[in-house]
Design a protein around this ligand. Structure first.
Ligand SMILES: *Cc1c(COP(=O)(O)O)cnc(C)c1O
Length: 451
C-alpha cells in the first residue's frame, strides 16, 4: 500500500507524507494538513474492537495512517506504552454514558494525543538526526500534557507560554515542576496573546536558525490519536453497526475533529454534539452560515475552551467541501445542510455550567468539572430538539475535577479527591520565567536561550 499523503486546507502547498506533516506542524501556505483520502475500516474491523483493549484499538486505527512510515511492531509498542491507564465509561441513565478521559499523567484528554505524538516525534527525529524546539501556547491543559509527554525525549526542547492569570495552580504546576528540556514562560496577558506570540515566532525570519516546531492542535499528530477513543467507546456501548451519539466539549475543535475522522473512517455516528462555552463563533456559524471570530476570546470557567477562533474549523470546513483560511475567511462555503444533519452545537454560559455540575452531582452522584458539564448540558440542549430513540450516547469528560478544586468547592461545597500523582506535583518546586505580552522581548528571549 502507498503511504498516505496529507494535503493543506489552504490548497496551495504540495501534499506531503506523515513524517513531514508531523515535523512541520503547519503547511507552508499556512493551512492545516489533512489526509488526502480517509482510510476505511470495515464493519468487521470495527466489530472486532469489542474484544480488544484500548492500545490494540489504537494500533488498528493508527496503523492505517502509518503504513510505510512506521513498522507495525514499533507502532504496537508505542501504543502499549502510551496507553497504560484506564478509560472509565460510567453509565448514568438509560444508555447515556460519561467517558472519563482524565486518567492520563496530566489528567486531561490532551494526554491521549501528547503521549503518542511525543513517541512519534522522538522516532522521526531520531531517524533524521534533527533537533527541534517545540513552541506551544496553552490555555492550561495542552502545555502540561505536552511538557509531560516530551520530558526527556532526546532531540526535543519544549517552551510553553501560558497566560498567568488564566490557568489554575494545579494546571500550572504540571508544567513548571519538570525542568530538564522543558521551559515555561508565564505571560501577563491572555491565551490569545500567547498564541499570537507563538505564531509570530514561526513566521519570523530572524529566528530561522532555531528549528521550531509546534505541538498545538494544528499538528496532524495531535489529531489522529484523538479519533481512537470514539472507536473504543462505541465498541463498549453500541451493538455492531449501531450509531452512537457523542457530546464533545469544544474549544479549538481538535477533539471533535477526532470524532469526524472516526466517522470518515467508518464509525457510525448518530449525532456529533459539540457544545462550546461563551465563545460561540461555531454555533452561530452553523446556524447562520456567517463566520465571525470572537476577538478577544471570552473568559469562561471551562478555561481550556476559551478560544475565539478555533483553528480546526479549517479542517471541518474542508471535510464538508469548503475552504476557510487561517484567518477565518471563507473562500468556498461548506455544505451547511449536511453539516447541520451531522452536527449540533450550542453555547453554554458559566451559570448553566455550574448549575449542571450541581444537578449531575445531586441526581447521579457523578462529579463533573466545567468542561464535562458543558458537554452534558449541550447534550441536553440537543435532546430537547431531536429524538434520540434508543441510541447509545457518550458524553466526554475531558479533565479531572481535581484540576479545579477551587471551582468545584465553590459550586458544590466540597473539594474533589486529588489523585496521588497530582498531589505529588502540587508539592514540587516551580521554575518559570515571566514576561509581558511583548513579541520583541520574546524574540530576544528565544535568541538568547535557544540559538
Ligand atoms: C483542550 C480542552 C478542551 C477542548 O478541546 P479542543 O480540542 O480544543 O476542542 C476541552 N476540555 C479540556 C479539559 C481541554 O483541556
Amino acid at each position: 500500500m502507498e503511504p498516505l499523503r496529507f494535503r493543506s486546507t489552504n490548497e496551495q502547498s504540495p501534499s506531503v507524507g506523515l513524517r513531514e506533516a508531523f515535523l512541520a506542524g503547519q503547511a507552508p501556505d499556512r493551512g492545516l494538513y489533512f489526509p488526502e483520502k480517509f482510510p476505511k475500516l470495515t464493519p468487521e474491523d470495527i466489530a472486532s474492537f469489542a474484544a480488544k483493549p484500548y492500545h490494540e484499538i489504537a494500533f488498528q486505527v493508527l496503523s492505517r495512517y502509518t503504513q510505510g512510515v512506521i513498522p507495525d511492531e514499533a507502532l504496537a509498542q508505542m501504543c502499549r506504552e502510551a496507553y497504560n491507564f484506564v478509560i472509565p465509561l460510567e453509565k448514568t441513565y438509560d444508555r447515556v454514558h460519561v467517558m472519563r478521559l482524565d486518567q492520563g499523567p496530566t489528567a486531561s484528554f490532551k494526554d491521549f494525543a501528547a503521549q503518542m505524538m511525543a513517541r512519534m516525534f522522538g522516532r522521526f527525529l531520531g531517524e533524521s538526526g534533527r533537533k527541534v524546539t517545540i513552541l506551544t501556547a496553552t490555555s492550561g491543559d495542552t502545555g502540561s500534557a505536552v511538557a509531560h509527554a516530551f520530558h526527556n525525549i532526546p532531540g526535543v526542547r519544549v517552551l510553553v507560554l501560558f497566560p498567568y492569570d488564566e490557568v489554575s495552580m494545579s494546571q500550572r504546576k504540571m508544567m513548571t515542576t519538570l525542568g530538564d528540556n522543558i521551559r515555561t514562560i508565564a505571560i501577563d496577558g491572555k491565551f490569545d496573546d500567547c498564541q499570537a506570540m507563538v505564531k509570530q515566532a514561526f513566521a519570523d525570519p530572524a529566528l530561522k536558525d532555531i528549528p521550531l516546531s509546534s505541538a498545538n492542535s494544528i499538528n496532524i499528530g495531535r489529531l489522529l490519536p484523538q479519533s481512537v477513543y470514539y472507536f473504543y467507546a462505541a465498541s463498549r456501548v453500541a451493538k455492531p453497526g449501531e450509531p452512537t451519539v457523542f457530546s464533545v466539549p469544544s474549544g479549538n475543535f481538535g477533539d471533535m475533529m477526532g470524532a469526524v475522522l472516526a466517522g470518515q473512517m467508518g464509525l457510525p455516528i448518530k449525532k456529533l454534539v459539540v457544545p462550546v462555552n461563551s465563545n460561540d463563533a461555531f454555533p452561530r456559524f452553523l446556524e447562520t452560515g456567517h463566520y465571525e471570530k470572537i476577538v478577544p476570546s471570552r473568559n469562561a470557567v471551562s478555561n481550556a475552551m476559551n478560544v475565539g477562533h478555533p483553528s480546526n474549523l479549517a479542517r471541518l470546513v474542508a471535510v464538508y467541501g469548503g475552504h476557510m483560511d487561517e484567518t477565518g475567511k471563507i473562500h468556498r462555503p461548506p455544505d451547511l445542510a449536511k453539516m447541520r444533519r451531522d452536527i449540533f452545537s450550542s453555547s453554554i454560559s458559566d451559570e448553566r455550567t455550574r448549575e449542571t455540575i450541581r444537578e449531575v452531582w445531586n441526581k447521579y452522584e457523578l462529579l463533573l468539572e466545567a468542561h464535562g458539564a458543558v458537554a452534558w448540558r449541550g447534550f441536553l440542549d440537543w435532546l430537547a430538539i431531536e429524538p434520540m430513540g434508543d441510541a447509545p450516547a457518550v458524553i466526554l469528560e475531558t479533565a479531572n475535577p481535581a484540576k479545579f478544586p477551587e471551582e468545584i468547592e465553590k459550586t458544590i461545597g466540597f473539594s474533589p479527591d486529588v489523585p496521588p500523582a497530582m498531589d505529588a506535583m502540587n508539592k514540587m518546586p516551580e521554575d518559570f520565567d515571566r514576561m509581558g505580552a511583548d513579541y520583541t522581548k520574546f524574540r530576544e528571549y528565544l535568541l538568547q536561550k535557544y540559538q
